[in-house]
Design a protein. Structure first.
Length: 67
């Protein structure tokens, strides 16, 4: 899965730690999601979408290579 998390976070001027605090996860988790090493659970994906006030599909997209 690919995502726009890093871009969206940067647009708001948030550090990884600030976003992690909003999501109640570790900074390392935010980094892992941004770099594609970890796909968030569905509840966490909804929480991320809520923090950015976007639909999940506007943040996360299927990686066409892995289909």
């Amino acid at each position: 899965m690919i995502n726009r998390l890093k871009v969206l976070r940067a647009e708001r001027g948030w550090s990884q730690q600030e976003l992690a605090s909003k999501l109640d996860v570790s900074r390392q988790s935010v980094n892992a999601i941004e770099t594609g090493r970890y796909d968030p659970s569905l509840p966490l994906a909804f929480k991320i979408a809520d923090v950015f006030d976007l639909a999940i599909e506007e943040i996360f997209q299927r990686d066409q290579v892995n289909n």
